[in-house]
Structure formats: structure tokens, C-alpha cells
Design a protein. Structure first.
Length: 91
């Protein structure tokens, strides 16, 4: 099996008092970052090696006290070699 890379984004709706816990969670979870936040919601970006890791991250975020919902917005998977391949310019 090829070494895969999964890239995903989720929208998280949360109460304002849950923001510090979500921030700590994002710093502690490998491959996860908060890319935007506003008005009780934020966008998380996650890069991992498989679907199971992606779902585990979503479940863990949802388990944070004050998080209302976690919804997958985008998911892409590709072979790591294909993502690291240098492309020739089009003529």
C-alpha cells in the first residue's frame, strides 16, 4: 500500500468559553492547526496519514466541553510520492 497523505478541513462551532481548550487541543494534536476563527466558530486544518486518524481527530474535538459541532468541509487524499513530485511547466 502506498504511503497516503490526507488533508482535511472542518468547521467547529463552539461556545466562547471553549476557545482556550480548542486552542490547546490544536497545539497538542499532530498535524492540526486553527486557520480562522470568528463568532463562535473556527476552521481546523488537519494533515494526517489515514482516514482513521482524521475521524479520531474529529471525535476528540467534538468531545471538548463547549464544542457544539464538528463538520467535515473538505477531504483529499493522495499518495505522498505524488504530492512531492515536481511538475514540469506547461508549454
Amino acid at each position: 500500500m502506498d504511503d497516503e497523505v490526507h488533508i482535511a478541513s472542518f468547521i467547529v462551532r463552539l461556545r466562547p468559553d471553549a476557545e482556550p481548550a480548542l486552542e490547546s487541543f490544536a497545539h497538542a494534536w499532530p498535524g492540526l492547526e486553527i486557520s480562522a476563527r470568528a463568532d463562535g466558530r473556527c476552521i481546523l486544518l488537519h494533515e494526517c496519514a489515514g482516514t482513521r486518524e482524521l475521524l479520531d481527530c474529529m471525535d476528540a474535538a467534538l468531545a471538548i466541553n463547549g464544542v457544539i459541532s464538528v463538520n467535515l468541509v473538505y477531504h483529499h487524499s493522495a499518495c505522498r510520492d505524488a504530492l512531492e513530485e515536481t511538475l514540469a511547466p506547461l508549454d
